[in-house]
Design a protein around this ligand. Structure first.
Ligand code: AMP
Length: 290
């Protein structure tokens, strides 16, 4: 039976709807986003559509994951445009709460994934991942999903959510979707809208660096310092770009790696002008046989 499309605005209304659907035996997938939808988000929605009876899109620009000097106020918002795009992927419901509905006055409870939140983006954005884990936990409580779909673009976020779901027994399947890129390799991001044409051209250095490292791995390079130097070179050569971090880390624990002998991800954050972009690539997806 088809579900009439509806936008839910409060956690209580969303949860009542999800409880009803669960009692009716439906398999629910949720796709959490901050809106400003692009093809990367639509890939997540299509994956969810293929795996569930009911697809819930959430759009919430979550204030607790933005630092005081970050882009919360100017983050692009276009609910009508987003819903029109999402409906081409066959979503059933949208959960679009206001901040006041998600965080009642006096809210003081946070979820922290203590070690995974520390390095990489967590080092540059203190408190960011506590905000992310907390809001995702709340979105899960509101939408009661069987599965949730996230992009590998936010690699550390995905690792943190997997760990939270495991540690706190959420019993939700977490599905990761590969990064959707533009033809020139730049990862799609809502923040690309902040870039001038020159900055957009300069943004190619992130994926170019990852590509250089991947090519070296394919020809046998295992030394992390060498691989990191190769990845940094095109970024350092670009006057509009400034490295926040470029690191090689264990795929699950996000601990630093010296030699490419176990599964590793190269992850980076780079400022292009004042816009902070992230990208990553898994460089060794299977441990080396010894
Ligand atoms: P955001 O709205 O930027 O918070 O992202 C919502 C979800 O979309 C997250 O799971 C992101 O990882 C995912 N996402 C964002 N950009 C991409 C992309 N280029 N490819 C795949 N997934 C993406």
């Amino acid at each position: 039976m088809n579900i009439p499309f509806e936008i839910l605005r409060t956690p209580a209304a969303m949860r009542a709807r999800a409880e009803y659907l669960r009692r009716d035996g439906r398999r629910i997938a949720v796709v959490p986003t901050m809106g400003a939808l692009h093809e990367g988000h639509l890939a997540l929605l299509r994956e969810a559509r293929a795996r569930a009876d009911v697809v819930i899109l959430t759009i919430f620009v979550n204030p607790t994951q933005f630092g005081p000097n970050e882009d919360l106020a100017k983050y692009p918002r276009d609910e009508d445009g987003d819903l029109a795009k999402a409906r081409t992927c066959g979503i059933d419901l949208a959960f679009c709460p206001e901040a006041a509905a998600m965080y009642p006055a006096g809210a003081q409870t946070f979820v922290e994934v203590r070690e995974l939140q520390k390095p990489m983006c967590g080092a540059s954005r203190p408190g960011h991942f506590a905000g992310v884990a907390t809001v995702v936990a709340k979105l899960f409580h509101a939408t009661l999903p069987h599965l949730a779909v996230f992009g590998e673009k936010d690699y550390q976020q995905l690792a943190i959510i997997r760990r939270m779901v495991r540690d706190l027994d959420f019993g939700i399947e977490i599905v990761g979707v590969p990064i959707v890129r533009e033809a020139d390799g730049v990862a799609l991001s809502s923040r690309n809208a902040y870039l001038s044409p020159e900055q957009r051209a300069a943004a190619r250095v992130l994926s170019a660096g990852l590509e250089a490292a991947a090519r070296a791995v394919a020809s046998g390079e295992c030394d992390a310092a060498q691989l990191l130097a190769l990845a940094r070179a095109p970024i350092e050569a670009e006057p509009l770009a400034r490295i926040d971090y470029v690191e090689l880390r264990d795929v699950d624990e996000l601990t630093p790696i010296d030699r490419l002998e176990r599964r590793a991800v190269m992850a980076m954050a780079v400022f292009v002008g004042t816009t902070r972009l992230i990208d990553n690539r898994v460089l060794l997806s299977q441990p080396v046989a010894r």
